[in-house]
Design a protein around this ligand. Structure first.
Ligand SMILES: Nc1ncnc2c1ncn2[C@@H]1O[C@H](COP(=O)(O)OP(=O)(O)OP(=O)(O)O)[C@@H](O)[C@H]1O
Ligand SMILES: [Mg+2]
Length: 398
């Protein structure tokens, strides 16, 4: 069989590339912020906050930063480890701590212990070994929502230790709104070092895809035209994950065709295959009212060119969609919780903007799926599912 891929694994979601084009400045910025800590100087806890929409390289950047930091520490004779924890998988402080200990490859008792004791033991271990730790909490909004004090607590550790903290923190959030639950004092602990990763421009995606293609495919397999076709598809979203997924899938279609090169048609097939395949399953797991809210979002964006809608526009449309489906809309607080769940799962994006004396307003965008496909899928699921019967089970009334 002809091979288009040199190393397909290099396009897998876990793979961290050796460099990140167009994130060099941010990497440098992080390394500078932590430089003294990395060199083993006892400077107290360093905290940084990384924000940015989906696929802008937050996870990849912190992982690359972590390995660079470990390398730099080694060169200066210091002992440093970086641990990356995904809070979508580890939603409590206890789970984060257990994961951290596991990642360090050490054995410390955790069973039946309170968080304070585990943390105390971890600090003692680090002090004894002369080791420093940079802990990255990725998708931290989940941890903040589940256990508000956890982040606050981690930011305070070491205050009472004579040596100061051997644990520094990198927090990853989609946006600064993630900190809104905290009081001003806690917020300032994090907002002094904010690095925001903006959506990639088409030109930046072109470079990124070119680089990633050169790592994963044999030479000459991915032509400039194909890269252009991918940028055309992905440019609007500025999302590198989507662009890379297109590249990988286009490669799979080329492989299946026994083709020596990727073509624009392979890219189109890749694009057509992505949306329904990624999300259809996760749509099924939504509760009835999550589906109805999402359907209202899809309806709006099918009929509107505007990139965002307001929460109150959505609330009105949602009431209509409920009526169509013969069910009562949930009260506003519950509606708002549903929005946050949908955002957690990446279906929608919420931005809270303050608008002078009128106060704050929430805007909703649909980053992932074309509204038409989303609407069609949801309607099919709602029609088929006998959705109303799920109501009592899925949605306790507020
Ligand atoms: N500048 C870049 N150069 C090369 N690859 C990149 C770059 N930025 C992102 N990627 C790749 O794009 C994919 C998505 O990046 P990443 O997972 O870091 O995004 P994210 O900001 O963490 O998104 P999310 O908010 O959804 O978690 C990964 O495969 C990553 O390796
Ligand atoms: Mg990420």
């Amino acid at each position: 069989m002809v091979k288009v891929f040199r190393d397909e694994d290099r396009l897998s979601p876990e793979y961290v590339p050796s460099r990140l084009p167009h994130r060099e400045d941010e990497l440098e910025h992080l390394l500078t912020l932590f430089s003294s800590f990395i060199a083993g100087k006892r400077v107290g806890q360093v905290r940084a906050l990384l924000t940015g929409p989906t696929g802008t390289g937050k996870t990849a950047l912190t992982k690359l930063f972590g390995s660079r930091a470990e390398e730099l520490a080694r060169k200066s004779g210091a002992l440093l480890r970086h641990v990356h924890v995904n809070c979508r998988l580890h939603r409590t402080l206890f789970s984060v701590l257990r994961r951290t200990i596991e990642s360090l490859g050490i054995t410390l008792p955790t069973r039946g212990l309170a968080n304070e004791e585990i943390l105390h033991n971890l600090m003692t271990y680090l002090e004894r070994e002369g080791m420093s730790l940079i802990l990255t909490l990725d998708e931290a909004e989940v941890l903040i929502r589940e256990e508000q004090d956890a982040v606050y607590y981690l930011a305070r550790i070491g205050e009472e230790r004579s040596e100061g903290s051997r644990i520094s923190l990198v927090l990853i959030l989609r946006g600064l709104e993630g900190l809104n639950v905290f009081d001003a004092g806690t917020r300032t602990m994090f907002v002094t070092n904010v690095i925001h990763l903006a959506e990639y421009s088409a030109g930046q995606l072109r470079d990124i895809i070119g680089f990633r293609a050169s790592e994963a495919f044999h030479e000459g397999v991915v032509t400039d035209e194909v890269i252009e076709a991918i940028v055309d598809q992905a440019g609007e979203r500025g999302d590198a994950r989507y662009a890379i997924e297109l590249l990988w899938r286009a490669g799979k279609f080329a492989e299946r065709d026994g083709s020596l090169k990727l073509t624009a048609e392979h890219v189109r097939k890749a694009a057509a295959s992505i949306y329904p395949a990624i999300r259809r399953e996760s749509l099924h797991y939504l509760s009835l009212h999550e589906k109805l809210v999402l359907l209202a979002v899809a309806r709006y964006f099918q009929g509107n060119d505007s990139p965002t809608m307001t929460a109150s526009q959505l609330n009105r449309l949602y009431a209509l969609v409920c009526e169509e489906n013969g069910t009562m809309p949930k009260a506003y607080t519950r509606f708002w919780e549903i929005l946050q769940k949908l955002e957690d799962q990446g279906f929608i994006r919420i931005r809270v903007l303050s608008e002078g004396i009128r106060g704050r307003r929430s805007y909703i965008a649909l980053p992932e799926i074309p509204a038409s496909i989303l609407g069609r899928e949801l309607e099919a699921i709602l029609r088929k599912g006998g959705a109303l019967s799920h109501d009592a089970r899925d949605e306790p009334s507020p």
